[in-house]
Ligand binder design. Sequence first.
Ligand code: UD1
Ligand code: CA
Length: 434
Amino acid sequence: MAIAIMAAGQGTRLKSQLPKVLHEVGGKPLLAHVIAAATRIVPPNDVFAIIGHEADRVRSAVANTAINFVLQAEQRGTGHALMVARNALSAYDHVIVLSGDAPQITPQTIARLLNFHLDEPAAMTLLSADLDHPTCYGRILRKNPRDAEVQAIVEEKSATPAQKKIREINAGFYVFAVAQLLSHIEKLSTANPHSEYYLTDMAEVLRKAKQRVVVYKTEDPGEVLGANTRAELSFIDHQIRMCKCQQLMSEGVTIFYPATCVIDDDVEIAPDTVIEPFVQILGKSRIGAACRIRSYSVIRDSEIADGVLVRPGCILEEAHVGPNAVLGPYSHLRPGSDIGEAAHVGNFVETKKIKLGKGSNYDGVNKHTTIIEDGVFIGSDSTLVAPVRVGKGAYVGAASCITEDVPGDALAVGRSRQIVKEGWAREKRAAKLK
Ligand code: UD1
Ligand code: CA
């Protein structure tokens, strides 16, 4: 069993420099979603992405998946995509063909399509769905409405007004018996409005060659939607995000106003954590139990332990936060920030590559070679210029600029002494009035 993913197209309708399958929904490229579903069915070694437009860019974006690539240097249609994959596929009995631009397909549906194909058995089995708005999709012409056998697939541009009324659409997912596909694929022609080789025409080609062509209809039309336009991208993104929020809520996470939250697919959140409105949790972030993430925080690729309070407006990137710590409001934790258990990081603080120990209370600006020992008090608006060490139990007066080490239990004041000039302001005002 092989899986071929058609991913070579440019995506003209997106009007973009970026190849279509690299546009993101749910925080990752369209193609990455389809590959994730494919590799739940067969090992990566049996998955072939057919790439062409900006092939190098597409290849490197999903290189970590260990799948194979086939180059379709010139994109002459979905049928042509399978023609160029001939050598890669010829050793297999069956090939499942997926569209790289339809990211919501599930392994369950692919498996059902495959089982249907093998049970029939058929030369070609296609997935269909009933859509309320079928415009732009290919329509299924069944031999007889009650029967799985297919007469042909007619593309929107070639459909008659009567055919355009058909709501059963071709989802763009197929299973073929490889021998039948490859022995008849050369019969495809480009005699159509796009002058392309349509893979959909294989239905008619195989039927005319007396091969069995059948359709399996999915109950969930949401799964098959393609992202051909920016509007479709945003609709699919919304569906994926809502689905993620539903999953998290079912696992015990409270999310107020989920429609305002952006939570990526790979994010993990433990029960009893509360996510307030307008929060983004991105990448591979992991959040523990009983945390509260207040509004307007953006958390990317970070680990947050249990019981953490993230006050409004915090930004975390590749940060690590220990249990019961308190952040913000408006703290910016940059990569390598490691905040200890029950530590507090206050308003408008920026950290990078720092290790803040258990119970620390930190409200200055820090660099990674600054060491603040336990029990230190740093007065507000102080600047610690690294490398510097503030010894255990020391005090730093407010607004100090500390450039030298402070011994333990000492007081350091690093600012000029205040001077007071009696009557100065009054004289200045008087001078102005003259
Ligand atoms: C296709 C189907 C249509 C179906 C719809 C479902 C055809 C002719 N039509 O239309 O019946 O309803 O999908 O979403 O197949 N691609 C290549 N090489 C090419 C051309 C396309 O790899 O030469 C890839 C694209 O990158 C894309 C996929 O094939 O991932 C589908 O192509 P697209 O142009 O989006 O087809 P649709 O017009 O959506
Ligand atoms: Ca499409």
